[in-house]
Write a protein of this length. Structure first.
Length: 532
């Protein structure tokens, strides 16, 4: 409003000068006409101010906020201002820059992105540009990005595939398919995932060819792709895979077969074999519309056709043979459950959340079969592994695990005054009993440097043995690198895209459940609400 008043005052002054100067409408013009400068556009001012003041900011939060002031500024100048920030030493600044560069709605800044990518030499910046193109879903990336499919860096090849696929143009499918035999598992996954996103016919070629890939992450991409890009030719191949596969991928194969056919046989191999023997020569898969109707029946029967012979924790069943239990031992776990009727008939030491969780986990550990490998992480402010790696569920390891779980106690709870030797083995004060959700899940996923992203992971980072995580917590994140629930969920889900670990979540207590529910849904898991 102040600028409007100033502008009005200026117009008034100009009128007054004209009126008092004796000039009439028909008067001869002055010898030298007055030239008025054109005011800079808001876009020009935004970028100019950013360049001027950003370099003066020192703390991370202010620098990130400064970058985000350029959101919704549709200008190629924004690209030029932010591309160098993709290599910033602060990964949060780099992420913020990529976020802005992924937000354009108009074509000129997108074209500038492509031009900058073509000339860029630094891998960090090229990765950031590709990530922005991928998240932005930009079309028309053309030969410039397709050339990156041949880059020496597997991380760049991977993101180039995903960026091209995100644009939705099926004409890039043959180029993407050309990397289906890439030596890096993450690239092979990206090829299958990208073609699946496009729903391209080439998806079948890539997925059929990798159902027996040496990396389980690639196999699960192939299996899931065939449940999305649906074709009758995939059914006998998936039935063969159901017989050959073991562990968690059995449920993935069953889910894809269910989605292909509308049946609800799940992992029951004999039923699938009988079905295909009887109908295979004349079977026609249901249309998408028919499948949508059948899914309602599938949901009703899911309990009836549950997984047999697997592990169950708080009602979540899995055939996984490589699982990790991540258990919250923060101070609030000493609180009593409110909805006691949910736990009637169970033999718990008390109604404390910790005792309920321990009783269920002890029962689960006792039931583990010898071929299962498992691990436990207890967390509050800090994390403690029971073992450094997954171990077989033999009699010795199970006894050790039972002993570890029995000794767990909530840290820093209101009723505790001296727990220095309990639980995680740290000083049992309030500071030790916070909820470091991000740290616990990062450790579970094997993130060596959780603050970094954009495809920088090394092989050891994502080719982990763990394929299933059970995450149990009762509270809002209160400690760690990230504590805002949505951001924690987004960061973990982003990191897990390349790892493909199923994350089941179990919530107990008063904490608002949207975070836990979304974490499970976005990572292929099941959400269980144990109540307040």
């Amino acid at each position: 409003m102040a600028s409007l008043s100033f502008l009005s005052l200026g117009c008034f002054a100009l009128t007054a000068i004209t009126a008092t100067s004796g000039l009439s409408a028909n008067a001869a013009p002055a010898a030298a006409p007055v030239t008025y400068a054109v005011a800079p556009s808001p876009t020009d001012d935004s970028v100019k101010d950013f360049k001027k003041y950003f370099k003066k900011l020192k703390d991370s939060a202010s620098r990130v906020e400064a970058v985000l002031t350029l959101l919704d500024v549709e200008s190629a100048a924004v690209v030029d201002a932010l591309v160098p920030k993709l290599a910033d030493k602060d990964p949060e600044v780099a992420r913020a820059a990529a976020r802005v560069l992924a937000s354009f709605k108009e074509r000129p800044p997108v074209d500038r992105l492509i031009a900058r990518f073509e000339k860029e030499k630094k891998d960090d910046v090229r990765l950031g540009l590709l990530e922005a193109m991928r998240k932005g879903g930009y079309e028309g990336l053309g030969e410039v990005v397709q050339e990156a499919l041949m880059d020496k860096s597997w991380a760049i090849r991977r993101l180039a595939v995903l960026a091209l696929a995100a644009g939705g143009d099926q004409t890039v499918s043959p180029s993407i398919l050309g990397l289906s035999e890439d030596p890096e598992p993450a690239v092979r996954c990206a090829v299958i995932d990208g073609l699946t996103h496009l729903k391209a016919p080439e998806t079948l070629t890539a997925a059929h060819g990798h159902l027996a890939d040496e990396a389980w992450q690639v196999r699960t991409s192939a299996v899931k792709a065939l449940g999305i890009v649906r074709d009758t030719s995939s059914i006998p191949l998936l039935i063969e895979r159901l017989e050959a596969e073991e562990g968690r991928l059995i449920s993935d194969v069953g889910a894809s077969l269910d989605n292909l056919t509308g049946k609800t046989y799940g992992t029951r191999l004999k039923l699938w074999k009988s079905f295909w023997k009887s109908y295979g020569d004349r079977y026609v898969i249901p249309t998408d519309e028919e499948l949508a109707k059948l899914r309602a029946t599938q949901a009703k029967n899911r309990k009836k056709y549950g997984i047999e012979g697997g592990t169950s924790f708080h009602g979540v069943e899995t055939p996984s043979r490589s699982m990790l239990f991540v258990i919250d031992v923060s101070g609030s776990m000493e609180d009593l459950v409110v909805e006691k009727e949910r736990f009637d008939g169970a033999n718990y030491d008390s109604w404390a959340r910790m005792d309920i969780v321990k009783t269920e986990l002890l029962s689960t550990i006792e039931s583990l079969e010898p071929h299962v490998r498992f691990g436990i992480i207890a967390f509050a402010t800090d994390m403690k592994r029971w073992k450094k790696t997954l171990v077989p569920a033999n009699v010795i390891n199970k006894e050790s695990a039972l002993d570890f779980v029995k000794r767990l106690e909530p840290l820093g709870g209101n009723s505790k005054s001296d727990l220095a030797a309990a639980g995680l083995g740290v000083a049992a004060d309030l500071s030790s009993g916070k909820t470091n959700t991000y740290g616990a899940l990062s450790l579970a996923l094997g993130l060596e440097d959780p603050g970094k992203g954009r495809g920088r992971a090394k092989k050891a980072d994502y080719l982990g043995e763990v394929d299933t995580i059970f995450f149990l917590s009762d509270g809002r994140p209160t400690h760690g690198t990230f504590i805002e629930p949505k951001e924690v969920g987004d960061r973990i889900t982003e990191a897990n895209v390349i790892r493909k670990v199923v994350i089941h979540t179990i919530a107990i207590g008063n904490f608002e459940k949207t975070f836990m529910k979304g974490l499970a849904e976005n990572n292929g898991g099941v959400f269980v609400d144990l109540g307040k």
